[in-house]
Design a protein around this ligand. Structure first.
Ligand code: ZN
Length: 389
């Protein structure tokens, strides 16, 4: 296999404290050696071993490709009017997810797949090399299975979210919808998915329903994750820890007991500031979680309703400005934190054995992601050792 040395890296984030300084494993004046699709070596440029091929990073910062552990990309249609009304202070009448469900059901497979590919290209240009995506805009057996089949063409991190909201077809009988989600819909969807998820929230699914949905998925071999404590306090976070879910996502409204539960377990708290931005809602308190010792991930929640951004750098900047994170913590959470939220050890770091997924910044340091918000700093992206942007 061809080896490549990337040298003259201004600063390199490895997320491996054994390789460099601090939790980011930061190396100034660094080099990386790649062997095929893997990292073979990381460290100071002066000590780099020889390789077949040499690439000059010209002083740019290099960090692991972002790991976006929460998105909803299998959808059709658009909710510009809803956003515009919300930002204009007009009350918005219902619609919401149901609007996207109707458009998604009406779309062809090719339209849905092209839409996923389009947002993935957009995310890739902004440095995302690993992403998770969910169903949840079909809400029938056929439409949910179709969404997951399409998602699986684009990523291995596929999540069954039949329990996004109670299907409009079952509005009068939510219990029957839970039976569908835990029965025939699960049977049809499980072959395409790695994860099972539920929106545990007032107006969606309560704690008992969420438990039934996650445990049914787990019995079929799926791993649990959960939309928890986004709009109000509730049982989601504690259920996540009890079931050893990989991640509790949103975590905006937390009691001290919720924070203690997260600190005591293996469940990552995934914060999704694009959602609070797009709904003018209260920010999640990352500082409180970090000070308690909780593992925090940052992700986009990219979806057409409440967070229509595919930009992890945007989320990093928000987390630093408004959620009490340091730039180092935010970058760690968007890379290693996202990997932890997907229970992955091969991505989110750049040291020997990791996948060679790299983001180059047109800047000398990762700190510029928060220091220069909104600027397209990602100038080059490699995935599996291949330059893709
Ligand atoms: Zn979500």
């Amino acid at each position: 296999m061809t080896t490549t040395v990337i040298t003259n890296i201004g600063s390199l984030v490895t997320n491996d404290p054994a390789v460099g300084e601090g939790p980011l494993g930061l190396v100034e004046g660094a080099a990386l050696v790649l062997d095929g699709d893997r990292v073979a070596w990381a460290g100071p440029a002066a000590q780099a071993p020889d390789a077949d091929r040499r690439v000059d990073a010209e002083g740019r910062a290099v960090l692991p490709g972002f790991v976006d552990s929460h998105s909803h990309l299998v959808f059709a249609g658009d909710r510009t009017a809803e956003f515009n009304a919300r930002m204009s202070g007009q009350p918005y009448k219902a619609g919401g997810i149901r609007t996207t469900v109707a458009a998604t059901r009406a779309a062809t497979d090719a339209e849905l797949s092209a839409n996923v590919a389009r947002y993935l290209r957009e995310a890739l240009r902004q440095g995302t090399t690993t992403f998770e995506t969910k169903s949840g805009y079909g809400l029938t057996v056929e439409d949910e299975a179709r969404a997951l089949r399409i998602a699986a063409e684009h990523t291995d991190e596929v999540t069954y979210l039949g329990a996004h909201i109670v299907s409009p077809d079952h509005a009068d009988d939510p219990a029957a919808y839970v039976d569908l989600v835990t029965g025939p819909m699960l049977d049809a969807c499980a072959p395409y998915a790695r994860w099972v998820d539920v929106f545990c929230e007032k107006g969606a699914f309560d704690g008992d329903q969420a438990r039934a949905i996650l445990t049914a998925g787990m019995a079929k071999g799926l791993l649990p994750r959960i939309h928890a404590n986004q709009l109000s306090y509730g049982p989601g976070v504690q259920l996540a820890v009890e079931l050893d879910a990989a991640s509790a996502d949103h975590c905006t409204h937390l009691t001290d007991a919720d924070v203690d539960a997260l600190a005591s377990g293996n469940t990552v708290a995934t914060l999704l500031p694009g959602a609070e931005f797009s709904t003018r809602a209260q920010w999640p308190d990352a500082r409180r979680l970090l000070d308690a010792g909780v593992t925090v991930a940052l992700s986009t929640d990219c979806n057409p309703g409440s967070s229509f951004t595919s930009s992890v750098p945007f989320c990093v900047a928000l987390a630093v400005r408004d959620m009490g994170m340091t730039p180092d913590e935010a970058v760690w959470s968007a890379t290693a934190g996202g990997a932890a939220a997907l229970r992955r050890t091969d991505v989110g770091r750049l040291s020997a054995g990791a996948r060679a997924d790299l983001a180059f910044l047109d800047a000398p340091s990762h700190v510029h992601l928060a220091y220069r918000p909104g600027v397209p700093l990602v100038s080059e992206v490699w995935r599996g050792g291949v330059r893709v942007v």
